[in-house]
Design a protein around this ligand. Structure first.
Ligand code: DC
Length: 218
């Protein structure tokens, strides 16, 4: 049986950075499920389909093919044959992903892709519902969080480093709205699984969190 590690938590808690580092240390495959929701969101944005139009979203889902491939151990997201790994990182795509991941039709489309990856390989998978819904039998479950202020500060610094001119208050507002939506949707909301270990990264370095999770896996 493959080893499955689930990491859930709100946007900006450091899940992907930490999961990538743990995957590298343990030789597991890192699966970023948010990227899959982002790929669907990108398709919808490109086709001018509103996030509130569930009927139209359901109608086009069969036209959307999301594939995950690995290049030098890095996950690449392929949307209808095109590598969209960079494009899906934009803020508007993340917000669209949050708004459209509330629909059952969108979630069920991605569920089998996620479970297939976890059945085939040792994975560390991050998202919102991995420990609660996607991989309820994962051997290790972590709920990784950090305060809104701390997550906003990190995001602000990241954007400044990229040469952008962000507004800290806007980032805080965005993060709070996204948290609320992800935690209050009807299907598979973000919450800590009963058997998940809570890690608050607000006052921890990345290395400290990585070491803590690697120890749990061992
Ligand atoms: O982790 P992220 O910021 O890339 O995720 C983007 C959005 O996708 C997130 O706000 C909610 C949705 N998502 C989800 O509903 N379930 C997951 N397992 C992963 C992401």
């Amino acid at each position: 049986m493959s080893m499955n590690v689930a990491i859930d938590g709100p946007a900006g808690a450091g899940k992907s950075t930490i999961a990538k580092a743990v995957a590298a240390k343990l030789g597991y495959i890192y699966v970023d499920t948010g990227a899959m929701y982002r790929a669907i969101a990108l398709y919808l944005l490109n086709h001018n389909i509103s996030s509130s139009d569930e009927k139209s979203i359901e109608a086009v889902l069969d036209d959307i093919n999301v594939e995950i491939v690995y290049e030098n151990q890095a996950q690449q997201v392929i949307l209808n044959g095109e590598n969209v790994s960079k494009e899906i990182r934009k803020e508007e795509v993340g917000n669209m992903a949050s708004a459209t991941s509330v629909y059952g039709c969108v979630r069920s489309k991605l569920l089998s892709l996620q479970r297939d990856l976890a059945a085939k390989s040792d994975v560390i998978m991050d998202g919102r519902d991995i420990g609660t819904c996607v991989l309820p039998n994962a051997q290790v479950k972590v709920y990784l969080t950090a305060s809104v202020d701390c997550r906003a500060d990190r995001r602000y610094k990241e954007l400044v480093e990229k040469g952008e001119n962000p507004n800290l208050e806007d980032i805080k507002k965005d993060i709070s709205e996204r948290d609320y939506r992800d935690m209050h949707r009807d299907i598979a909301p973000l919450k800590q699984a009963d058997d998940a270990i809570l890690v608050d990264s607000s006052d921890m370095t990345i290395e400290e969190v990585v070491v803590a999770i690697v120890d749990l896996c061992k």
